[in-house]
Design a protein around this ligand. Structure first.
Ligand code: FBP
Length: 253
């Protein structure tokens, strides 16, 4: 995981939403993967997250790559299931330093994803790649995916299944996230960005809360590339996450 860290903190740029949500997330500028690749470089991100197709055509090599090896569209209804769609070997050939895999814990299909992640984690470690698990409790039985005990459970699942890092949702306050970070043990915890917040300051406050709880960093997409000034937001996040500044200081410069 060290390749994704500066001063033990990491700021990752996520851009797999084209598969997960479709172009509805995009505007004229950020619909172009080249724009986001350039943003990852200019914004000095510690990593960029692509699906295989985007990586093959747009990954420039200047920022460490996390290749998502499973995924699904939002066109399908019912209990969520995202199966493997890229091999670990192919991820390594494209230049990835880590593979990413989403586990919908609580889904009627979770056993398939747990089994698949188990195999992928072993293959990734065999090729010296990190294995990062997006752990999103979801499905009929999950009433509130940001309830503190659900977020902590997600974090713990990451430890149990052998992830090097987990990407989990912020439960809304530092105290609850502290328990999640503790539950993850030696696994690095990244807060997942989520839909665009009402203001930049609101989003930065959530991230500050996660960092104060012991998070290693943030994996963010929409709150950066949907911003009216993506590069400015990227710089503010870098000051917050890597330089450990306050929200006010991060917003200033
Ligand atoms: P965002 O910062 O845009 O929320 O990206 C994080 C992420 O995990 C993406 O990697 C993924 O495509 C998306 O969120 C999944 O969103 P959803 O919660 O709708 O499944």
């Amino acid at each position: 995981m060290n390749v994704f860290l500066t001063k033990n903190r990491g700021l990752l740029l996520a851009y797999d939403q084209g598969l997960e949500h479709g172009p509805t997330d995009f505007n004229e500028q950020n619909v172009d993967p080249a724009f986001v690749m350039n943003l990852a470089v200019q914004g000095q991100f510690n990593g960029v997250i692509f699906q295989k197709g985007v990586a093959e055509k747009y990954y420039g090599g200047q920022v460490p790559l996390i290749l998502k090896v499973n995924g699904k569209t939002k066109l399908v209804k019912g209990e969520p299931l995202a199966r493997q769609i890229c091999s670990v070997k192919r991820a390594a050939e494209i230049g990835a330093k880590a593979v990413g895999y989403t586990i919908y814990a609580g889904s009627a299909h979770e056993s398939l994803m747990l089994e698949e992640f188990g195999r992928i984690q072993e293959e990734a470690h065999g090729l010296n790649l990190a294995a990062i698990a997006w752990i999103y409790p979801r499905g009929e039985t999950i009433k509130n995916d940001t309830a503190p005990e659900i977020v902590a459970y997600a974090a713990r699942i990451g430890l149990e299944v052998g992830a090097d890092a987990v990407k989990i949702k912020y439960p809304g306050n530092t105290e609850s996230f502290k328990w999640a970070v503790k539950s993850a043990g030696k696994v690095k915890v990244f807060m997942s960005g989520g839909p665009k917040a009402a203001s930049d300051a609101d989003f930065l406050r959530q991230v500050r809360g996660a960092l104060d709880a012991g998070a290693t960093g943030l994996a963010v997409g929409r709150n950066v590339w949907q911003s009216s000034n993506p590069l400015k937001m990227a710089h503010a996040l870098r000051r917050l996450v890597i330089e450990d500044r306050s929200v006010e200081e991060a917003l200033r410069a």
